[in-house]
Each structure stands twice: as structure tokens, then as C-alpha cells.
Design a protein around this ligand. Structure first.
Ligand SMILES: Cc1cc2nc3c(=O)[nH]c(=O)nc-3n(C[C@H](O)[C@H](O)[C@H](O)COP(=O)(O)OP(=O)(O)OC[C@H]3O[C@@H](n4cnc5c(N)ncnc54)[C@H](O)[C@@H]3O)c2cc1C
Length: 396
């Protein structure tokens, strides 16, 4: 990509300076000068310039429309953490199987990590083929080598669709892979389908603060790439595993790394909301940070973990790791207990598919009651202690 300023056309009007969100343009002797270290090629300056003095030359797309048909198969990036396959890998295989069936094409997994039986597990979960790059140095996620390896695999084996989890790993390096492949990426999808007429991947995700659902198609580039939040789809069941493993030597791939991993420091918060079976969440209705001691008491009595609404997190009453919702975690526990939470659409986006929802709110008209299986109307400071007492007596 290249950005140029035509000095003859530039009048020094400063419109581009004002338009640049990255503070990358300054005026030198009444001519625009672009700082390439800051410029992201967003194009704001090109639009702002009335004299057509700024131009961006973009490289042509890596894929021409003629050879789209040569891209085949639905791929799932099989994420692993410290050698253990993440549940989202199995969830994507479950959904990928349906998509592959609708396309009449194979379902494949791409595995990057140590050699430890993960490839066999993925085959047992229904992958027709697992492309595996294994090496002990790949145990812990690192952006650069992972991006280089996945890009290499896609360029070599040409899948039509590539799915990954919208986890901290997927969110970190999948955009880099999409940029290298010069294809589109739809982040945080909540629904995927194959369009029956065009056979394109219909990628649905919330937009405008969750008030609208947008369905996005990637028509001219391959692969069609999407990330999906954990717990959005059901896991693929364990089967006999008749697929094949394609092992690609790590040494074949130029997967250099400018970063040296010195040591791994375990997170201070040992909370994993996405895998929890019981979650008790507190919202602004708690009124004060100390209210979370009450929520924790109920969570402990039920054998669950503590969640929160964004209002509670924004108030600084609890850390972001606990936030459920559109900009927090997507959860699907067996029991979701919402206390002092109104039920805003952005909160529902993260917990609406829980098996059983219990809502506790003093306002009988609170929207949360529309999605709740059971509703408790009243003051949480009276009801929760009474509930905990009953649970401790074994009488709930
Ligand atoms: C782009 C965007 C992304 C967002 N992402 C998220 C997200 O990820 N997660 C999220 O949660 N929100 C998110 N929000 C914010 C969301 O819109 C709501 O503002 C938020 O969910 C409200 O939190 P709440 O229900 O705790 O608070 P409120 O809406 O203020 O509700 C508090 C509830 O507590 C009840 N209450 C008060 N006192 C008591 C009591 N003593 N006993 C019982 N009930 C009581 C009240 O009746 C009320 O219903 C997002 C918003 C935007 C615009």
C-alpha cells in the first residue's frame, strides 16, 4: 500500500490534518506531509481533500474472482492453550460440520501446538482432515509464528471458509491472517449459514450496539473468515474418527518471531465464566461494591461463579473479567441467576441462551423477566440472604 501527496494540487488548506484520526499529517511549508509510522491508510484524508491531492494505492486482492471455485472446504482453527484443546474448537467443529454438509465439502481443522494427541481428538470430533504443525515451541500462543503458520496453511491448501474462536487468541492473530490473505473477516458472529443460492457463507453478527443484526457476505475473496464467540454453538460429538492427519513440518514454514517468550505468568483471576455451569451475576441494582459479597455468597452456595453487568464493571465494583454481555463474555451455563440486572439487550446478548435463567429484580416490569424462566420480584438485599440460608440448610 502506498499513500502519496501531489504537491502541485495541495493548497495547504489543512482539511486533511483535521480529518486524520491518527495525527499523522502535518503541514510543512503549506504542504501536507504524512508520517508513515502513524498512518493507518484509513483514507480519511483522501475523502477530506477537495483538491484530490492525496491518493492511496492499494494492492490488488490476492485472489481473482475467476479462481474462487478452487477454494474448497470448511476449516476450523483448533485453538489450544498450554497443550489443551479449547472447547471452542469442538464447538466450531460442530457448526462447521453443518456448514460443510450444506456445501458438500470436507470439514477440516488447523492445529498449531505441541504433539500430544490433539490431532487424534480433532479427528474423533468429526474432522475429515486435520492440518497439523507441531513443535514444542508452539505450546504457548504467539502472534507472529501462529499468523505465519496459519497463513501458510491457507495459501497452500485453500479452504473456502475459515472459522476461529473470538477468544483472546483468535482476536489477537486472526485479523493479521486475514490482512495477509487480503480477505474479509467478520468478527464475533452469532450465526452462520450457507446461502442456498450463492453458496456463500452468511455471517450474522450484532451491530449498532446490538440493536440490529447484520448479515455479511465475503463475495470476492477467499477464504471467507469469521470469528465466533465461545459457547455460541454446541460441541461436535465424539465419534469413531475416520479422517486423516496431514502433518506439515514446522521447518518448512518461515515463521520467524521478533518476540522472545521469556516466561508465562498465570492470570491473577482464576475465573472462567465461559465454562461455568452456574453463574450468579450482579448489576447496578446492588448499589455498591460490597453488594458483590452477597452475590459471591449465593454463587458459593450454588457451586457457581460470579458474573456482572457492564454497569457494575463500569462502576468499578468488580473487574472486567466478570462481565457478561456483548462487550464481555458470552456464557451458556445450566443456571444463570441475574440479580439487580435490568436485562438490556447488550446483556442478553451474552447470556440469553443459558439453559435456565432466574431473575431477581425489585421492578416487576424489568425486561429481564421476559427472558427469565423463573422470576423473583423484591429487594435483593432481603431475598439473597434468605435464599443462601435455605441453601445452606439444604432446603432450596
Ligand atoms: C455498545 C454497548 C455495549 C454494551 N455491552 C454490555 C455488556 O457486555 N454487558 C452488559 O451488561 N451491558 C452492556 N452494555 C450496557 C447496557 O446497555 C446496560 O446499560 C447495562 O447492561 C445495564 O446494567 P444493569 O442491568 O446492571 O443496570 P440497570 O439497567 O441500571 O438495572 C439495574 C436493575 O436493578 C434493579 N434494582 C435496583 N435496586 C434493586 C434491589 N435492591 N433489588 C433488586 N433489584 C434492584 C432495577 O430495578 C434495575 O432493573 C453495553 C452498552 C453498549 C452501548
Amino acid at each position: 500500500m502506498k499513500i502519496t501527496v501531489n504537491l502541485e494540487k495541495c493548497t495547504g488548506c489543512r482539511a486533511c490534518v483535521k480529518a486524520c484520526p491518527f495525527d499523522a499529517i502535518s503541514m510543512v511549508e503549506k504542504k501536507a506531509v504524512i508520517d508513515l509510522d502513524k498512518c493507518t491508510y484509513c483514507g480519511s484524508c483522501v475523502e477530506a481533500c477537495r483538491f484530490e491531492a492525496i491518493a492511496i494505492e492499494r494492492e490488488p486482492a490476492a485472489v481473482s474472482t475467476e479462481n474462487l471455485e478452487s477454494y474448497r472446504g470448511v476449516w476450523v482453527f483448533a485453538e489450544q492453550r498450554s497443550g489443551h484443546l479449547a472447547r471452542v474448537a469442538f464447538e466450531l467443529l460442530g457448526e462447521g460440520r453443518r456448514l460443510a454438509g450444506d456445501l458438500g465439502q470436507p470439514l477440516c481443522a488447523a492445529y498449531i501446538g505441541p504433539e500430544n494427541g490433539s490431532v487424534e481428538s480433532l479427528l474423533k470430533r468429526g474432522a475429515d482432515r486435520v492440518y497439523a504443525v507441531t513443535d514444542d515451541s508452539l505450546l504457548h500462543f504467539q502472534d507472529e509464528p501462529y499468523a505465519a503458520i496459519l497463513t501458510y496453511l491457507v495459501r497452500t491448501y485453500r479452504p473456502a471458509i475459515l472459522l476461529a474462536g473470538a477468544t483472546y487468541i483468535g482476536r489477537s492473530f486472526i485479523p493479521r491472517v486475514a490482512a495477509r490473505l487480503r480477505t474479509g473477516l467478520t468478527a464475533d458472529c452469532t450465526g452462520l449459514a450457507i446461502d442456498p443460492e450463492t453458496k456463500l457463507l452468511a455471517q450474522t453478527r450484532p451491530t449498532f450496539g446490538g440493536n440490529l443484526m447484520a448479515t455479511i457476505f465475503c463475495e470476492k475473496n477467499r477464504p471467507q473468515m469469521a470469528t465466533v464467540r465461545p459457547r455460541t454453538f454446541d460441541e461436535a460429538p465424539v465419534g469413531a474418527g475416520g479422517g486423516e492427519a496431514v502433518r506439515v513440518p514446522f521447518s518448512e514454514i518461515a515463521a520467524g518471531n521478533r518476540v522472545t517468550l521469556d516466561r508465562i505468568i498465570p492470570g491473577s483471576e482464576e475465573i472462567d465464566l465461559t465454562d461455568a455451569e452456574i453463574i450468579v451475576s450482579g448489576g447496578r441494582g446492588l448499589g455498591k461494591p460490597e453488594g458483590f459479597a452477597l452475590i459471591k455468597g449465593l454463587a458459593d452456595a450454588l457451586g457457581g461463579v460470579v458474573g456482572a453487568s457492564r454497569a457494575a464493571v463500569d462502576a468499578g465494583w468488580i473487574s472486567y473479567a466478570h462481565q457478561v454481555g456483548q462487550t464481555g463474555k458470552t456464557v451458556k451455563p445450566k443456571l444463570y441467576f441475574a440479580c439487580g440486572i435490568s436485562g438490556a439487550i447488550q446483556h442478553l446478548a451474552g447470556m440469553g441462551t443459558s439453559d435456565v435463567i432466574v431473575a431477581l429484580n425489585k421492578d416487576p416490569e424489568a425486561p429481564i423477566f421476559k427472558v427469565a424462566n423463573y422470576g423473583l420480584v423484591g429487594d435483593l438485599y432481603e431475598i439473597i440472604p434468605a435464599l443462601v440460608k435455605r441453601l445452606k440448610q439444604g432446603g432450596a
